[in-house]
Design a protein around this ligand. Sequence first.
Ligand SMILES: NC(=O)c1ccc[n+]([C@@H]2O[C@H](COP(=O)([O-])OP(=O)(O)OC[C@H]3O[C@@H](n4cnc5c(N)ncnc54)[C@H](OP(=O)(O)O)[C@@H]3O)[C@@H](O)[C@H]2O)c1
Length: 329
Amino acid sequence: MPASTPHAIVLREFGDPAVLRAEPIALAPPGPGEVRVRHTAIGVNFHDVYVRSGLYKTLALPGIPGLEAAGVIEALGEGVTDLQVGQRVAWLTRAYGGYASHRNLPAELALPLPDGVSERTAASSLLKALTAYDLTHQVHALRAGDWVLNHASAGGVGQLVAQYGRHLGATVIGTVGSAAKAEIARACGCDHVILYRDEDFVARVQALTAGRGVDVAYDAVGQTTFMGSLASLAQRGHLVNYGQSSGPVPPFEVSALMPKSVSLTRPSVFSAYRNPAELRTLATRVFADFAAGVLRADAPQTFALAEAGRAHEALASRDRTQALVLIPD
Ligand SMILES: NC(=O)c1ccc[n+]([C@@H]2O[C@H](COP(=O)([O-])OP(=O)(O)OC[C@H]3O[C@@H](n4cnc5c(N)ncnc54)[C@H](OP(=O)(O)O)[C@@H]3O)[C@@H](O)[C@H]2O)c1
């Protein structure tokens, strides 16, 4: 489809990746308080897979999935004075609309991109970096000297949590699924790396901390690690479960928190801010951290927007270490 014709992946039914099909869309001029953005890179996240499959019924059908993207402002609606045509921006919203060549967006959600942060980095990393920032600065504010267990340290969020851990002076124990991923985890700042498919990570954590345990465990692996993460905590430690890559965490007894008086949080990045102004403040902070080298992300793997189904298949591969973006024609 020519770049000038607005087009999108319109989800008309839930199902396997084949339901992701591109079609032309009608797009009105931006309304009052809106901007029109021409996307140059679109983020692909696990959330999108759950939306596509119907696990999350959070997108009304027919609808355009996609939580985040970056691009260039093409037109301003009435009353928009703080943004300019030609300006590079990124956005993140639970209202979806990402898998499109163009979209109209409330201007307050357009997050200006500084020089030094590419649109591909922003589209592939905004959600992950905000999550990592929230986990390490708000959900459990790390302090120098803290011991951290960071599961899947070579994953998208895991790499950024490790980088913030290093930056904040914590000692980070990372778990990974392969030797190749162990190298990535070390490069991201893990002081110790455990291959948790081969080794008992609970025993290794106890050995590394001389039986004390960790102050915080960041766990988005879920089903296969949750109880081990709990067992790895120090007295008054904090288990932060923020996802379920291996499957949902089964029901568990609250009294299991009692022996070491530990706490449990199940955060969502969308609770990291209360309004668009706070989101812009957080985004400005993480973009500055990318620009300053505190955070680093490899170039993402690219797929044409029309090949979103292939991107979803690639996302499911556990060997993957790159983030993914969709690129409109
Ligand atoms: N709470 C929030 O707001 C929030 C925000 C963003 C992401 N998340 C969640 O955080 C998790 C990680 O997201 P991400 O973007 O960092 O994904 P990612 O890059 O794919 O990382 C996920 C990692 O999980 C590990 N894993 C363990 N068991 C697995 C299994 N059975 N199948 C697949 N992977 C498995 C893999 O690493 P190893 O091979 O090293 O084990 C994989 O690389 C996802 O569950 C996502 O939904 C939550």
